[in-house]
Write a protein that binds this ligand. Structure first.
Ligand SMILES: Cc1cc2nc3c(=O)[nH]c(=O)nc-3n(C[C@H](O)[C@H](O)[C@H](O)COP(=O)(O)O)c2cc1C
Length: 130
C-alpha cells in the first residue's frame, strides 16, 4: 500500500564522501544514526517531507507511485518532484551538470571509482571530418 508520505531523496555522492557512502551502505539505520556517524548533514527537503544530504552535489526529490513486489525485493517506481544541484557544477551557458568537475562516485563489482573524464561528444563518431 502506498501512503501519501512515501517520499525519498536520491543523493549522488563524491570521492570526498566515499568513506561515508560505503559506511552508510553497509550499516542499518535501524541500529545507529547514520547522520551522526558519517558527519553528513541533513537538510529539510524543499518539496518532499524527507531530508536530502547537504554535501551531495545533486539531490533528487522523489514521490513513490507504485511498489512492485519481486519476491526477494520490492521495486519502487517514483516520480521526480524536484532536483537540487550545486550551483558551482552547473554550466552557466548550457545549464548542464558538469560531470568533469563534480568528482562523482561510481560503484561497480565491489569497488568505487571517480567519474569525470570526458571521452567524446554525442554524435561525434558519425561526424564528417573537416
Ligand atoms: C555500494 C553499495 C551498493 C548498494 N546497492 C544496493 C542496491 O542496489 N539495492 C539495495 O537494496 N541495497 C543496496 N545496498 C545495501 C543498502 O545500502 C543497505 O541495505 C542499506 O544501507 C541498509 O540500511 P537501512 O537499514 O538503514 O536502510 C548497497 C550497499 C552498498 C555499500
Amino acid at each position: 500500500m502506498i501512503k501519501d508520505s512515501m517520499e525519498f531523496t536520491i543523493n549522488l555522492t563524491t570521492v570526498g564522501m566515499a568513506r561515508a557512502t560505503d559506511w552508510a551502505g553497509v550499516k542499518s539505520g535501524r541500529d545507529i544514526n547514520k547522520w551522526e556517524m558519517t558527519g553528513l548533514t541533513p537538510v529539510k527537503g524543499e518539496k518532499v517531507a524527507c531530508p536530502y544530504i547537504k554535501e551531495s552535489p545533486l539531490s533528487i526529490e522523489c514521490r513513490v507511485k507504485e511498489i512492485i513486489k519481486l519476491g526477494t525485493h520490492d521495486m519502487f517506481i517514483a516520480e521526480v518532484i524536484n532536483i537540487l544541484a550545486e550551483e558551482a557544477f552547473i554550466d552557466s551557458d548550457s545549464g548542464a551538470f558538469r560531470l568533469d568537475k563534480a568528482g562523482l562516485l561510481a560503484y561497480s563489482h565491489g569497488a568505487y571509482y571517480e567519474l569525470g573524464k570526458e571521452v567524446g561528444r554525442f554524435g561525434w563518431s558519425v561526424k564528417k571530418k573537416k
